[in-house]
Write a protein that binds this ligand. Structure first.
Ligand SMILES: [Zn+2]
Length: 252
């Protein structure tokens, strides 16, 4: 029977059974399989993987496993210098734009509050998320490993934290976004880019006290929600400050 030797590095170990973490181990092959299928059979979405070495040579996901192969699998963003090796993706998406899985609505809201471009709808089907991610060049954020195992997906990330605040920090850290945020530039309800609007045009839509005390407004061109710097803004600003406080060291 064909056997291969495997070792997974760094945070890829989080997906493995405890006895397989950070050690070389032997795996038996029962059928012909690509390395993508081999890796995913351990519950690791291919989107988490950046470099695969087979007997010291880098290979892509289509490589067919052979008896005696020694395989090292490295995650995205591994600190090791892998630049001379073949990466599995041609280049990272520059300013990441996201599509967010249905059960991460609060994360979508927080990221939009920070100005990040996040497509989100609470009734997207998995297939729809996968297709939109490819068509619109968006990175999927999800807590569902099976979604990330779909073959067409090239850019996806499995969110480790389970609370929105920590999830947001995790994304900022993982994608190194602390310097590229534009808080309060985007509609938290629909992702539209906010634009300043003349108070006269919206006076009829304002509550009497808002009309009296505030003069600067912006609105969402897509859903027409109006934004101003009232008490809710002060709360949101506090939240933004907490979310964007950089932490030393790596997350997760
Ligand atoms: Zn909107």
């Amino acid at each position: 029977m064909a056997q291969i030797q495997l070792r997974f590095y760094e945070e890829l170990n989080e997906f493995l059974a405890p006895e397989l973490r950070k050690v070389d181990f032997t795996h038996e092959l029962h059928r012909k399989a690509s390395i993508k299928d081999g890796i995913e059979s351990f519950g690791i979405p291919h989107t988490e993987v950046e470099v695969i070495l087979v007997n010291g040579e880098s290979v892509d996901f289509s490589y067919i496993l052979k008896h005696g192969d020694r395989i090292s699998v490295y995650p995205m963003f591994e600190s090791l210098d892998i630049s001379p090796l073949l990466r599995l993706r041609p280049k990272p998406l520059r300013m990441p734009r996201f599509i967010i899985d249905v059960n991460l609505g609060a994360l979508a809201k927080y990221l939009r509050l920070l100005g990040l471009d996040c497509l989100y709808h609470n009734n997207y089907a998995d297939q729809e998320i996968a297709e939109k991610s490819v068509l619109l060049h968006r990175t999927i954020l999800t807590r569902d490993r099976r979604l990330l195992q779909r073959k067409i997906i090239t850019h996806g990330y499995f969110v480790r934290a389970d609370k929105p605040f920590k999830q947001t920090k995790e994304i900022l850290q993982r994608f190194n976004l602390f310097c590229s945020l534009e808080p309060f530039s985007r509609c938290t309800r629909c992702n539209g880019r906010l634009e300043p609007i003349d108070k006269k045009k919206i006076t009829h839509r304002l509550e009497p006290l808002t009309r009296r005390y505030y003069n600067n407004f912006s609105s969402c061109p897509d859903c027409h929600k109006i934004y101003w710097q009232g008490s809710h803004f002060i709360r949101a600003k506090r939240l933004v400050n907490e979310l964007t406080k950089a932490e030393s060291g790596r997350s997760v």
